[in-house]
Ligand binder design. Structure first.
Ligand SMILES: [Zn+2]
Length: 358
């Protein structure tokens, strides 16, 4: 039967009700109840689509962008031909050790030319990605990954889920859209990491620095995060904690037009840092950030009535204000990804499938 994932709406090929399956797109596990909605017989020619664009009703669980198909870890034989997880699917450190002849069983080599998919124990250092990928690192299941002294470039740089534990040390993450996404109880530690987000984009709207979702934890020490190049348009979300996700920042510097967001018992804790930001959501779940009001429209920006006016915005000394470009271009239309325009309802897997195949 084809069954609709309850978290992202993707079609999952399952044998029978009563079984527990892990979604090949969003990695969440779920039990298939009999009489479940969204079931249909699996067509004979069925192949899982390489990407799944979740319908809007799942945005509470998954980001509004295509999810990549991950072949089931134990079914490598079936995965032949599903070329989306190339080259570096290591299932254990020892095998890689024997193949690579490295000094430690967990030292790995990675050339940075394809997405690093981690579901075992891996240790990487000194990688400079030659060009941007849609995703640099995908950490799933029992992945324990350490990356140090590297420079990673991607639309989404780090994506962790399942029980993955990822540590990044002394490295630079350059993201077009999102630097780090930790989901579903995973953990990402950042130590001495520099993050740059949104450079080259027409707008920072829709960009995210760190997002912890569904009980995941992101813990950053000595973090420097900046958004956009010169004269950016829009507002980035520097930190996003939702569904009991937690983000802790110690000694963090964040530059650029940004806000923070908390939703559904998300928690943001900041210590040893001087951050001021607009808070979207319940500000009582944000500690250590001076909360500011949303920016006023440009025409009235100069007035700040009644309450004590905030101190003038200070640029950190280490970061001179970027010069505005000499000939400012008109603000381009915001880049909104075209997302499942069919309006399929939950349970209407047929509609959703057709929509994704267009
Ligand atoms: Zn799913």
């Amino acid at each position: 039967m084809l069954y609709e994932c309850t978290h992202c709406g993707a079609p999952l090929d399952v044998r029978a009700p009563g079984s527990v399956v892990q979604c090949n797109y969003c990695s969440r596990s779920q039990r298939i109840a009999s009489g479940q909605t969204g079931m249909m017989p699996t067509p004979a020619s069925w192949r899982p689509p390489p990407f799944w664009t979740p319908p809007p009703q799942y945005y509470a669980y998954v980001p509004p962008q295509p999810l990549v198909y991950h072949a089931p870890a134990k079914a490598a034989g079936c995965a032949v031909g599903l070329v989306l997880i190339p080259v570096l699917l290591f299932t254990g450190g020892l095998a890689a050790y024997l193949l690579a002849g490295k000094t430690s069983p967990f030292e790995q080599s990675w050339d940075g030319k394809t997405t690093l998919t981690c579901n075992g124990q891996m240790k990487i250092s000194g990688v400079r990605m030659p060009s941007k990928l849609p995703k640099a690192v995908l950490a799933t299941e029992v992945c324990q990954l350490e990356i140090s002294d590297s420079e990673l470039i991607a639309d989404t740089v780090i994506e962790a889920g399942g029980a993955a534990k990822v540590t990044i040390k002394n490295s630079t993450l350059i993201a077009t859209d999102t630097a780090v996404v930790a989901d579903l109880g995973s953990r990402v530690d950042l130590q001495g990491v520099t993050i740059r987000v949104g450079e080259g984009r027409p707008s920072l709207d829709g960009t995210t620095g760190l997002r912890a979702d569904a009980g995941a934890v992101i813990d950053a020490h000595d973090l420097t995060m900046s958004f956009g190049g010169s004269g950016p348009v829009g507002t980035a979300v520097a930190v996003d904690a939702r569904v009991a996700g937690k983000v802790s920042l110690t000694n963090a510097t964040i530059r650029g037009p940004y806000k923070v967001r908390v939703d559904m018992l998300g928690q943001i804790d900041v210590t040893s840092s001087k951050l001021r930001a607009e808070v979207e959501g319940d500000a009582s779940h944000v500690r250590g950030i001076e909360v500011v009001s949303p920016p006023a429209p440009p025409s009235t920006a100069a007035s700040s009535p009644s309450t004590a006016p905030p101190p003038p915005a200070k640029q950190p000394r280490s970061a001179p204000a970027p010069k505005p470009s000499p000939t400012p271009k008109p603000a381009p239309a915001p880049t909104v990804k075209k997302i499942n325009p069919c309006g399929c309802k939950s349970g209407d897997l047929n509609c959703s499938l057709r929509c994704n195949q267009r």
